[in-house]
Structures are given as structure tokens and as C-alpha cells.
Design a protein around this ligand. Structure first.
Ligand SMILES: C[S@@+](CC[C@H](N)C(=O)[O-])C[C@H]1O[C@@H](n2cnc3c(N)ncnc32)[C@H](O)[C@@H]1O
Length: 274
């Protein structure tokens, strides 16, 4: 069990992934549960990439282990991994050299803070977003509140319905940032492109409680039912969703020390950009 104080370390910002949290994550990705999950996720993604060639982006790619599996299966595809941690990207460089020599299509990595709305829009055919933990600091969140006021109002409404006081503020930040990240995913995809999201979960979608389901749909951009007087913009259509029980849920337990996360797994959702 890790001794890292995740709340404190991550509240300082993305730099955590260049230090203790980054090393912890690299160790996690090597355990049996993660190795099996990456293999399974890669097979989902390969089914989504139906053309001979295209652009696949791994958003918040970390050591790029999904790409590592897919470059063999999709020889004609260009791959771009984006991550804000130099340590993560140098891990990715340990496997990529040998693979590049064997193919003509590109495998590139970009070091960038996410969400990044300055990246070229509507280029990707498929985006992969696995085990998200996009870190932000308060000043960044306040900028996104100003930029996306409708998302801000809805995130606040949902958070206040569910929690009170400080907990409502924490939930608001989480809902807002996840929603803004989904907007960024949509911006990077061409219309009709597919986003394969992999989120920690404790149940199939239809088994989620009312609020968990509502917040999931809001965060991923597939909700369009009115909440009070506010109608969210829908920018993704949910195509499929599959739950896999897995010990990867222990990543969440280690970070939160909440015993509810001793059991669970992950949800693979395929969303179409509309
Ligand atoms: C939990 S890891 C998941 C990595 C990868 N998707 C995987 O499944 O192995 C979260 C990743 O997001 C990256 N990350 C977190 N916040 C970020 C931000 N604001 N900008 C860019 N990258 C970020 C971290 O560096 C880390 O590689």
C-alpha cells in the first residue's frame, strides 16, 4: 500500500506525475490487473478503428501502454500520445524506438497540459482516454468556469443537489473539469469519430445509482435532458458500454483509502462525436 498523501500531492498540480505519483503509477501499470486490462481495452479500441489508416490520439497517455499494444495491430495508423508529465513520456520512449523502426506510419508524443484547446481540432478518428486523473489547480478551474458558463451552471446545480458546503464545492470542481475535458476530447475528434473512455466503476451503467448515472452522462457529454431550467449540450452519443470487474479498482482505494473501493472494476464506454 502506497504511503503517498495523494490529496496533498495532487493538489499541488501536475508536477506530482513527475515525482512520487508518477512512479506509483508506473508501478501500478505493471501489475497483473493492469496488464490484463490494457490487453482487453486495446481489443475494444482495435474494433473501433475500422479503416486501414487514420489518426489515433491517446489523451493523458502516461507510459503509452495502450498505444504499445495497438501499433502492432494497426500498422497503417498514426499515433499521438499527449501527456503533461515528462517522466511518463520518457517511460513511453523506452518502448517506442524499436516499434518506430518497423513501420511507416508515425508514433509521436506531445508534452502538453490538458485540457488543451489550442491543439489542432477535428483531426482524430479515434481517441482513447483510460483511467483518467486530469490534475488542475484552482486558477485553471476558474478560467474554465468563465469560458464555459453553461457547464459551470449545470455542474453547480448538480453538485448542490447532491452535497452541501465544502463537499459540494469539491464535487463542482470535479464535474466541471471532467466536462471540460470531454469538450476537449470532442474538439480533437472529427465528426463521427469515436472516443473510447475507460473509467473506474463499481457497477454496470444500468446498476449505477441515479446521481452517479446523471453525473456520468453530464461529465462525458452524452446528457441532453433538462435539469431544472438548464439543458446541457450533448456532444457525444453513447454507442456501447461494458463493465469488467477488476482489481484495477484498488488504484482508487490506494488514493482514497475508502473501503468502498476494495471491490469494483472498470467501464469501457464507446462514444460517437456528434
Ligand atoms: C492515472 S494516469 C493514466 C495514464 C494512462 N492513460 C494509462 O492508462 O496508463 C493519468 C495521466 O494523466 C496525466 N495528467 C494528469 N493531469 C494532466 C494534465 N493536467 N495535463 C496533462 N496530463 C495530465 C498524468 O501525467 C498521467 O500520465
Amino acid at each position: 500500500m502506497s504511503q503517498i498523501d495523494f490529496d496533498k500531492t495532487l493538489s499541488a498540480g501536475l508536477g506530482a506525475y513527475n515525482r512520487t505519483v508518477g512512479q506509483w503509477w508506473v508501478d501500478q501499470t505493471r501489475n497483473k490487473a493492469h496488464v490484463a486490462a490494457y490487453k482487453n481495452i486495446a481489443s475494444h479500441v482495435a474494433r473501433c478503428a475500422q479503416k486501414k489508416s487514420g489518426l489515433l490520439i491517446d489523451y493523458g497517455c502516461g507510459p503509452g501502454l495502450i498505444m504499445k499494444q495497438l501499433v502492432e495491430v494497426l500498422p497503417g495508423w498514426n499515433f499521438l500520445g499527449i501527456d503533461g508529465s515528462k517522466v511518463m513520456l520518457s517511460e513511453a520512449e523506452t518502448w517506442v524506438g524499436a516499434k518506430r523502426k518497423k513501420r511507416q506510419a508515425t508514433i509521436e508524443f506531445r508534452c502538453a497540459k490538458l485540457p488543451d484547446f489550442s491543439a489542432p481540432a477535428a483531426q482524430a478518428d479515434v481517441i482513447v482516454f483510460t483511467f483518467p486523473n486530469i490534475v488542475s489547480v484552482p486558477s485553471e478551474r476558474r478560467q474554465f468556469e468563465k469560458r464555459f458558463p453553461k457547464d459551470r451552471d449545470l455542474a453547480r446545480l448538480l453538485a448542490r443537489k447532491q452535497e452541501k458546503g465544502e463537499k459540494a464545492e469539491e464535487l463542482f470542481d470535479q464535474l466541471l473539469m471532467s466536462r471540460v475535458v470531454s469538450r476537449n476530447l470532442r474538439t480533437l475528434l472529427r465528426k463521427g469519430g469515436l472516443c473510447v473512455r475507460v473509467d473506474y466503476s463499481q457497477a454496470e451503467r444500468h446498476e449505477l445509482g441515479r446521481f452517479d448515472l446523471l453525473s456520468t452522462l453530464f461529465e462525458e457529454g452524452s446528457l441532453n435532458t433538462k435539469q431544472a431550467h438548464l439543458r446541457p449540450q450533448k456532444f457525444f452519443k453513447l454507442r456501447s458500454s461494458q463493465y469488467y470487474p477488476s482489481a484495477v479498482i484498488l488504484d482508487v482505494y490506494e488514493q482514497t483509502k475508502d473501503i468502498d473501493f476494495l471491490e469494483g472494476g472498470y467501464l469501457v464506454s464507446v462514444l460517437e462525436a456528434i
